[in-house]
Design a binder for this molecule. Sequence first.
Ligand code: XMP
Length: 508
Amino acid sequence: METVLVLDFGAQYSQLIARRVRECRVYSEMIPYDTPVDEIRAREPKGLILSGGPASVYADDALEINPEIFELGIPILGICYGMQVMAHTLGGEVTRTGKAEFGKTELSVTQEIVLFDDLPATQTCWMSHRDSVTTPPPGFEVTGTTASSPVAVMESTERKLYGIQCHPEVVHTPYGTDVLKNFLYEACDCVPSWTVVSIIEESVDAIRAQVGDEKVICGLSGGVDSSTAALLVYRAVRDNLTCIFVDHGLLRKNEATQVIDAFENHFHVPLIHIQAEERFQKKLDGVTEPEKKRKIIGEEFIRIFEEEARKLEGARFLVQGTLYSDVIESGTRDAAKIKSHHNVGGLPEDMDLDLVEPLRHIFKDEVRNVAAELGLPDNMVWRQPFPGPGLAIRIIGDVTFERLEILRDADFILQEEVRRAGLYRDLWQSFCVLPAIKSVGVMGDERTYAYPIIIRAVTSEDAMTADWARLPYDLLETVSSRIINEVPGVNRVALDISSKPPSTIEWE
Ligand code: XMP
């Protein structure tokens, strides 16, 4: 598999570069900027990309690159800080010119050289920098400039080293993907061959290599991630797979029945259905702190899987539908922990099972493509994400049966109306949240003192960022009126209008 690795210098959205490369059908992964050179060499990448970063190359804590990386003899593209660190390390000059550039800028380029081959001589690009490369390193040619950046693009065709000050990975650089394609196909000589089919084939091979003839269990939630993971593992190990569906009592209305029906229609694998509402409820009794809830739920899932594995003549492997975004949010070495996604950071340290996570390196939209290719029906492929800890992280404060019922009924109404309005697939997620406050209302001639329900609906590409959805007023009106009239214990409906960042999609 041809691979191009992205060295992460801490830019907020470094993973977007890896994602764009994959959209160009070349496999890409993000790795820490200081990954040992031998490790990089062992991966035999066809090329490297140095990401942007928040720092200045002259800052005291500036992230430095090991100069040996430039001796690997493979093409390297530096983007923004990545370009500056390349220039600084190879003998060029980076200066704080006082001419910062943020936003759209006009870029003039030399068309015949690699990065802008066949692209317009002047074009818009998106900039976000304070320092600028003022002199390229020896052997580099300046192939692009802007009003404020005398060296906006630099290339050494001989050494196959390239630097670009603007961000080709963002949509505001209209020819950005073409620049990446030029780097990938012309400089790195990659063939655009990484497709959904190759993801499937490679995953199946990797799963076989990992588990051999051992028995495997899969925690199935009914969502597209775990269903896809289960189908991939089924292809790899056939009858050695058993799926386990744990009803932790934190599911939405009618969800357990729907999951089991869908499973029986589309899978030919044994399914064990564990009803564990009381067990989870006991553990969550009185727990209000979000991370504690997540850890308790994550641990309880694993204990149940361990018990079931022992019953199945010692299954040693547990399949989970963990995605790349779950891994990032749960904190990697260079990315701060935001919350413990129950299938990553929520896992207990002492665990008898080895994890099989075939989707760990891919994003939701890639999973959906794989799912469709594997034959999952549309309604499963396009199911909105639902978090492993379920409604427990949408109920702020105590998770009681009474509060679960309120949230379930309200959420059911929202789902029904969103679908009726034809918006279900346009929204990344739409759900209700139950806060731990009450407010005063008047119903009939009576005073009420009851909970509000908060509507959260977002659009997103991959859950790393999200915007609040501009739901039509008519829809909001219907939902509000139905929830207040039909759900006992609710007297007010509010709308969450926060984007991510700075908020997150879920409330806890
Ligand atoms: P946040 O709230 O971090 O959520 O912006 C990002 C996406 O991840 C989902 N999510 C989870 N999924 N286990 C999961 O499988 C979890 O513990 C978990 N927490 C959040 C969330 O619904 C959103 O799509």
